[in-house]
Design a protein around this ligand. Structure first.
Ligand code: OGA
Ligand code: MN
Length: 203
């Protein structure tokens, strides 16, 4: 049988995810691509394409500034070479995770997120109450030389305790959408990311 070649980082991510319910990988993408994605996020912001993010879904979707204060724009195929390349890498990871876990992940939805200084996202779960398709959350960070003094950690609430991930450029973090509570702590410096969800078919 001819198995496609996957980066070795995928195997490590899958192992950690199976064991702990979350995983992270530093330098997930080539630095040049990560830098292009950061530049694109800033350019879209300057063009006024990023909008205050909502919470909830369908009729319940609303902007609640006391809950989250990031600005987002959803990715679509064909927007740029850099975002298409990002989506291709994540689709490759999706196929690998399906082979490893038989998760039946069908697609990946993703948006740029910009947290201005002072922004945050209070503790929450990523899976909606009335839609169980979101299975794995995947966040890719775009901030070179993040300093712990800049705040803005992603705090995961795991059975083993709290754990902070710094939003350093090149880091990808994966966690189970249905049961990993998490929050984004207040940041003191602009914080850029691509946040997304691997989804399976709905019931
Ligand atoms: C989200 C989220 C985490 C992060 O957008 O749902 O939890 O670190 N983001 O940006
Ligand atoms: Mn979240």
């Amino acid at each position: 049988m001819n198995l496609p070649e996957y980066p070795s980082a995928f195997l490590q991510l899958a192992d950690e995810l199976a064991e702990h319910g979350w995983a992270q990988c530093h330098n997930f993408l080539p630095q040049s691509l990560t830098a292009q994605l950061a530049e694109e996020c800033r350019r879209r912001d300057k063009q006024g394409l990023l909008a205050p993010a909502g919470t909830g879904r369908g009729d319940a979707l609303a902007v609640r500034e006391g809950v989250r204060s990031d600005h987002i724009q959803w990715l679509e195929a064909g927007q740029s070479a850099a975002t298409d390349s990002y989506l291709a890498h994540l689709d490759n990871l999706r196929r690998f995770l399906n082979q490893s876990f038989y998760l039946g992940l069908e697609d990946y939805e993703s948006h740029f997120a910009l947290y201005p200084p002072g922004a945050f996202y209070l503790r929450h779960l990523d899976r909606f109450r009335d839609d169980d398709r979101r299975t794995l959350s995947a966040v890719f960070y775009l901030n070179p030389q993040w300093d712990p003094a800049d705040g803005g950690a992603l705090r995961l609430y795991l059975a083993s305790g709290e754990l902070d991930v710094w939003p350093e450029a090149g880091t990808l973090v994966l966690f189970r959408s249905a049961d990993v509570l998490h929050e984004v702590l207040v940041n003191r410096r602009e914080r850029l990311s691509l946040t997304g969800w691997f989804r399976r078919r709905g019931d």
